[in-house]
Design a protein around this ligand. Structure first.
Ligand SMILES: Nc1ncnc2c1ncn2[C@@H]1O[C@H](COP(=O)(O)OP(=O)(O)O)[C@@H](O)[C@H]1O
Ligand SMILES: O=P(O)(O)OC[C@H](O)CO
Length: 496
């Protein structure tokens, strides 16, 4: 009997596939990393065919041991904003995928700001004007790939973010879900449709855009004859969501005020704000979290570009530690960072500062500063940045946030989780099942194909592995946070 869900989790550095059973437990999984392409400083690309091949292989490996007919439905979740344009007839991409981190359209964004479009874009799309989002990346491809604009205008080219590309490869349908569409800078998050005027202003032909759809619905079925996926032919692809929104769903943040942070390479804090988007005054953005059964839920989001990557920098560039767990042990060997503050503005600062010209800094060093103090300051700077986001959320939403759910690679660090609880003065809750992104996609798919009844049933599947409660005196934490804010002010506008 079909009682498993396959989640395809296509991330920035690897393609993963995870099979979940009805109890929300992992039955099988597979993962394939793939190369990053850096054609110039600040540019980041992926090969769309490699994205598809690695995801297809991961799926084939994950289902290999399962009897035929056991997958009830497939959910797709993905690195968001990453932009692919391909030929409708041949399926050939016209250019590499332009990755969310890519800064090549920064100048075009400055131009849009000079044209006074900021208010129009914020009020319609919930986003700020930034090279992070897909709109200017599509425009770049149309302006720079010979013949692309004419072909797009003739209706020969299709655009998609990564879920659109994968669903098109699997089913032949050209769709995007509302949560991913929300990240393009072209989507009206209130009316849930493309904004024709914004498309015109950005010179993007509407005929290349996918059809926006809900997050939990049958979009199509897997086509026969896909190598490695032959046994999936006819299985419905019935959910899609951007990876951060999927993690919010997978963490069972179903009620307004519930929030999660993913501690990965970067950090992404999302809070469920309910049935209406919240206009941020504090440097956050608004997106559709999900839309299920005609009911749309919105999220406030803050993204930090460098979180766990700061630990990697300590390991790979400074070589102060051999591994992330060693960083934890070293940080635990001292009681405090001894006044040292690290500001990891390697690529500027994201939310809530949005300063492209900020650069990294280590401040407060004295003759007594050792590697343990710096290791501790690195972990602290991750917790400080998430504190910045949570305080901005509290200000925007005007409500108390009573707990933070944590996931992502760096959430395994007990010391980091404890620092976070001390700074925020609320419980930080780490789940037993850490694959929250994939589980979010699986949950949305399971709702569409009847494996789970409703969100209450899904919420009951979530188990905490450990809840970290505030322990240190609040006055000490507040003093240290003030020092962080002072350090950030020194690092901002540095490269101007
Ligand atoms: N024991 C640990 N302590 C602290 N950080 C860790 C630990 N293990 C892994 N990390 C961090 O987790 C990050 C990777 O998280 P992951 O969720 O896999 O990232 P992504 O999905 O962004 O590629 C790395 O930056 C790494 O520094
Ligand atoms: O693939 P991840 O986990 O690094 O997530 C990337 C985000 O979706 C970018 O917005």
């Amino acid at each position: 009997m079909a009682s498993y869900i396959l989640a395809l989790d296509q991330g920035t550095t690897s393609s993963r596939a995870i099979v979940f059973d009805r109890a929300g437990q992992i039955a099988a999984k597979a993962q394939h990393p793939f190369p990053q392409i850096y054609p110039q400083a600040g540019w980041v690309e992926h090969d769309p065919m490699t994205i598809w091949d690695t995801e297809r292989l991961a799926a084939a490996e994950a289902i290999r041991e399962l009897p035929e007919g056991s997958i009830a439905g497939i959910g797709v979740t993905n690195q968001r904003e990453t932009t692919i344009v391909w030929d409708k007839a041949t399926g050939q991409p016209v250019y590499n995928a332009i990755v969310w981190q890519c800064r090549r359209t920064a100048e075009l964004c400055e131009e849009l700001k000079r044209q006074g479009l900021e208010e129009r874009i914020v009020s319609t799309t919930g986003l700020l004007i930034d090279a992070y989002f897909s709109g200017t990346k599509i425009r770049w491809i149309l302006d720079n790939v010979p013949g692309a604009r004419q072909r797009a205008e003739r209706g020969e080219l299709l655009f998609g973010t990564v879920e659109t590309w994968l669903i098109w490869k699997l089913t032949g349908q050209h769709v995007t879900d509302y949560s991913n569409a929300s990240r393009t800078m072209l989507f009206d998050i209130h009316r849930l449709c493309w904004d024709e005027e914004l498309c015109r202003l950005l010179q993007i032909p509407a005929c290349m855009l996918p059809r926006p759809v809900e997050n939990s619905a049958v979009y199509g079925t897997v086509q026969p004859g896909i190598p490695g996926l032959e046994t999936l032919a006819g299985v419905p692809v019935c959910a899609a969501a951007g990876d951060q929104q999927a993690a919010l769903f997978g963490q069972a943040c179903f009620h307004p005020g519930e929030a999660k942070n993913t501690y990965g390479t970067g950090c992404f804090t999302l809070m469920n704000v309910g049935a209406e988007p919240v206009r941020s005054r504090a440097g956050l953005v608004s997106s559709v979290a999900w839309s299920v059964g005609g009911r749309t839920t919105y999220a406030l989001e803050g993204s930090v570009f460098n979180g766990g990557s700061t630990i990697q920098w300590l390991r790979d560039e400074l070589r102060l530690v051999d591994s992330a767990p060693e960083c934890d042990r070293l940080a635990e060997s001292v009681e405090s960072s001894g006044g040292v503050v690290v500001v990891p503005a390697f690529t500027g600062m994201g939310a809530p500062y949005w300063d492209m010209y900020a650069r990294g800094a280590i401040l407060g060093i004295t003759r007594g500063t050792g590697r343990a103090h710096i290791a501790r300051a690195v972990l602290e700077c991750i917790a400080y940045q998430v504190t910045d986001l949570m305080l901005a959320m509290r200000q925007d939403a005007g409500c108390d946030i009573t707990a933070l759910r944590a996931d992502g690679g760096a959430s395994v660090s007990d010391i980091l989780m404890q620092m976070q609880a001390d700074l925020l003065r609320i419980p930080v809750d780490r789940p037993a099942m850490v694959e929250t992104t994939a589980f979010g996609a699986a949950s949305l798919a399971g709702l569409a194909c009847g494996l789970w009844r409703d969100t209450e049933e899904l919420a009951a599947l979530r188990r905490s592995q450990r809840v970290f409660l505030p322990q240190r005196p609040q006055a000490d934490c507040d003093d240290e946070y003030r020092l962080w804010k002072k350090a950030v002010s020194r690092a901002c506008h540095w490269a101007e």
